[in-house]
Design a protein around this ligand. Structure first.
Ligand SMILES: Nc1nc2c(c(=O)[nH]1)N[C@H]1C(S)=C(S)[C@@H](COP(=O)(O)OP(=O)(O)OC[C@H]3O[C@@H](n4cnc5c(=O)[nH]c(N)nc54)[C@H](O)[C@@H]3O)O[C@H]1N2
Ligand SMILES: Nc1nc2c(c(=O)[nH]1)N[C@H]1C(S)=C(S)[C@@H](COP(=O)(O)OP(=O)(O)OC[C@H]3O[C@@H](n4cnc5c(=O)[nH]c(N)nc54)[C@H](O)[C@@H]3O)O[C@H]1N2
Ligand SMILES: [Mo]
Length: 692
């Protein structure tokens, strides 16, 4: 029982996960006693994942940074001395002012989704860097390839209603591992299973999710585009189609039919490493379900050279069978496009000072190592990292480290913990946790907006992202109102209240209850009667937008960059395809420094097939080295038939300095970019594995 003196504060899980949970924080005497999932929030349903159920171990961790510090050792060494906030802010403001006097684009903000709150990750921060005239950052590291493939086809990041998926009779879980990375969405998929739906998992790895499905199909990494093309070929050749839906609500069917003619299951089989009979049976089952189908895809399959086109090809399937007609059917990648976010009001790109003299310059976050080493006009002279841990999460880790090690680079890191990246800071600033700050959230896996009210005072001298940007703005003489607003004012500007979907999201209501569903029909079938948000208003099998951008306007096969088919010489030296998907107890590299989660994960692991292990004389439990021309990392071998021959899996993302050898999976990944959207090719990576 809770103490009589305690009270409940409504909060929102800030982490990068489709589930964005509503939380209740029990507080007494200024201290948080317990965090639990909000029982009244339908999607959270009173439950938190194993990580956030223990959130207070993160908030009150003895590892929390509590004071500003300056570097006293070499870059990367991680030795710091405490300084005051005044000294920290004065130092940063002076350096930024000096650099900006030459060319403000030499300053680069670097952030991703440490918190997904709009105030602290897409609000005051953006306003500050826009006003400064800093380089813009293209935030591509996760989802940009798939998002572009999806948008080219369907028009917006919208899809099936995640709470209505129990309507589906056949569910393909494709490049997604919801048991690990979308637990609350999984609850609804399980409900479908209970009601008799058949679940098929398409994943090179036999995940916890695959084990709970009726069928697991394990294609080679990066081959989903071919698999989807072959499914379309069968659907069309065998007339397993909804002709009425195609005629009314799609564009370019004839061209698509012609395009896929030669893409038979026999064509796809060697590319996917799946036999033609299995592919044909999958397509027939999908077609025979007559539209009572859902494809739940996630971003796993977009981390390949052809990831954008793979998502596009898959996004075509439900329009062929009319699966969009029914709520909970069709396909779901992200729900984020349903939220009427007023991005202009939040980010204020109009504050950019002098576009004539300094035309905006954009840096792609995926290639940060290369950019720090090679960018010119102007070179990057200062970097400000917040909400991100690039030293652990960015590809081609050796170059990332070399870039951050530049002696002439002025590096600010704002963090809760002394991450791998923090070790490279010149000035290291302590950040508040979600329990210590105001914010407002959308979601990419459901239809509820969330408000986060601070439950406790900032620990030590920690300050929030927005607070630091306000204070830097003041020191730099930026007097714009937009840079003085408090967090609640910024949060109040987050939604476009003229949009009917925002009815019910007014700040007071949202804050009082902590969450509110978008004003959408319940259940919601966004494309039941067409209404795609593409230029034509139809599902675009043929995309003039892609053509105008120099891409193939039709679904096509974009092979992986690193594979035997594309680069046999490379594959001869590095015959194994490495994927490094989320470890259950980590959230990207967050939580990967806390004792409970480190104990649960144990040590970096590499799963490999018995045949691949035998060929290398590797024994189970032995330490192995995973290597290619970019670098190497080591892990403990787990010999298992959960992976197919030729594929190895290393659950990620470990902090380098806690991994045992100072490296992690990103020592071997490449910073090549995806076909669409300039995304990262994390899972398009050939390696060899040896005994150490
Ligand atoms: N516990 C936990 N939850 C998380 C995260 C985490 O790190 N830990 N990360 C969060 C983030 S940032 C994101 S973006 C989301 C989603 O994160 P995603 O990266 O989409 O992760 P998953 O949903 O785990 O799906 C990845 C699955 O795709 C599979 N896969 C890899 N390559 C291929 C391929 O070529 N084809 C197919 N068919 N499958 C492939 C992997 O084996 C894995 O099982 O999850 C979020 N949730
Ligand atoms: N090999 C491999 N690499 C990958 C992936 C993979 O599957 N395999 N996944 C990729 C994907 S999907 C993603 S999304 C990226 C994730 O990359 P990141 O978004 O960089 O994710 P995290 O590693 O969790 O780092 C976020 C950091 O933000 C900090 N933080 C949290 N809240 C706040 C705050 O309020 N203020 C400040 N200043 N800091 C805060 C956290 O302490 C944490 O250290 O990694 C990518 N890298
Ligand atoms: Mo992500």
């Amino acid at each position: 029982m809770s103490d009589a003196a305690s009270h409940i504060v409504r909060a929102a899980c800030p982490h990068d996960c489709p589930d964005s949970c509503a939380m209740e924080v029990e507080v007494a005497d200024g201290r948080a006693l317990k965090v639990r999932g909000a029982a009244d929030m339908p999607f959270t349903h009173g439950a938190l994942c194993t990580k956030v159920a223990h959130y207070l171990e993160r908030v009150y961790s003895p590892q929390r940074l509590l004071h500003p510090m300056k570097r006293i050792g070499r870059k990367g060494e991680g030795r710091f001395a405490r300084i005051s906030w005044d000294e920290a802010l004065d130092t940063i403001a002076a350096r930024f002012a000096a650099i900006a006097a030459d060319d403000p684009r030499a300053i680069l903000p670097y952030s991703y989704a440490g918190t997904m709150g709009l105030v602290h990750s897409a609000g005051m921060d953006r306003r500050f860097f826009h006003r400064l005239g800093a380089s813009l950052l293209d935030r591509t590291i996760c989802a940009s390839a798939g998002a572009m493939g999806w948008k080219a086809t369907v028009g917006a990041s919208q899809g099936a209603d995640p709470e209505a998926v129990a309507n589906a009779r056949l569910i393909l879980i494709w490049g997604a591992n919801p048991v690990v990375s979308n637990l609350h969405g999984w609850r609804h998929l399980l409900e479908a299973k209970r009601r008799g739906a058949r679940l098929i998992c398409i994943d090179p790895w036999r995940t916890a999710t695959a084990e709970k499905c009726h069928l697991h199909i394990a294609p080679l990494p990066g081959s989903d585009g071919a698999l989807a093309l072959a499914m379309m070929q069968v659907l069309i050749a065998e007339d397993l189609l909804d002709h009425d839906y195609i005629a009314r609500h799609t564009l370019g069917y004839a061209a698509l039919a012609e395009r896929v003619q030669t893409h038979t299951p026999e064509w796809a089989a060697p590319l996917c490493g799946v036999d033609a009979a299995t592919i044909r049976a999958l397509a027939r089952e999908y077609g025979a379900a007559g539209g009572d189908t859902l494809i739940r895809l996630n971003y796993g399959l977009n981390r390949h050279a052809g990831g954008g086109m793979a998502v596009r090809n898959i996004a075509c399937l439900p329009a062929l069978t009319g699966a969009w007609r029914k709520p909970g059917c069709g396909a779901l990648l992200s729900t984020s496009g349903n939220f009427p976010v007023d991005q202009h009001a939040l980010e204020r790109p109009d504050l950019y000072p002098d576009p004539e003299r300094f035309p905006p310059r954009t840096i792609n976050m995926t290639t940060i190592g290369r950019d720090l080493l090679e960018a010119s006009a102007p070179p990057i002279r200062a970097i400000y990292v917040y909400n991100a841990n690039p030293l652990a999460v960015a590809p081609d880790g050796r170059r990332v480290r070399e870039g951050f090690a530049r002696e002439d680079l002025f590096c600010v890191v704002h963090e809760l913990f002394q991450t791998d990246t923090a070790d490279y800071a010149d000035i290291l600033l302590p950040a508040t946790s979600q329990l210590e700050q105001h914010d407002v959230h959308t979601a990419y896996g459901h239809f509820y907006a969330l408000a986060n009210t601070p439950a406790i005072a900032p620990l030590g001298e920690a300050r929030s992202n927005a607070e630091v940007f306000r204070q830097l703005a003041a020191r730099l003489g930026f007097t714009d109102t937009a840079l003085c607003e408090d967090d609640e004012t910024v949060a109040a500007a987050a939604f476009d209240h003229g949009d009917r979907r925002a009815h019910g999201l007014d700040p007071a209501t949202l804050r009082a209850r902590g969450w509110a569903r978008l004003n959408l029909p319940r259940p919601f079938a966004p494309f039941a009667a067409g209404g795609f948000r593409t230029p034509s208003g139809k599902c675009e099998f043929h995309s003039a937008t892609l053509a105008a951008a120099g891409h193939d306007p039709l679904p096509a096969w974009h092979p992986p960059r690193e594979s035997a088919a594309v680069n046999p010489a490379l594959a001869a030296r590095f015959p194994l395809a490495l994927i490094s998907p989320p470890a259950r107890n980590f959230l990207n590299s967050s939580f990967a420094n806390l004792p409970r989660f480190l104990a649960d994960e144990g040590t970096p692991k590499l799963e490999l097939h018995p045949a691949d292990a035998a060929a290398r004389a590797i024994a189970d439990g032995e330490r192995v080295r995973i290597h290619n021309d970019r670098g190497s990392f080591s892990a403990r071998a787990v010999i298992t038939a959960r992976v197919r021959p030729g594929v190895v899996v290393s659950p990620s993302i470990w902090w380098r300095k806690l991994s045992g050898d100072g490296e992690n999976a990103n020592a071997v990944t490449s910073d090549a970019l995806t076909d669409f959207g300039g995304g990262a090719c994390f899972y398009d990576c050939l390696v060899e594995v040896s005994r150490t």
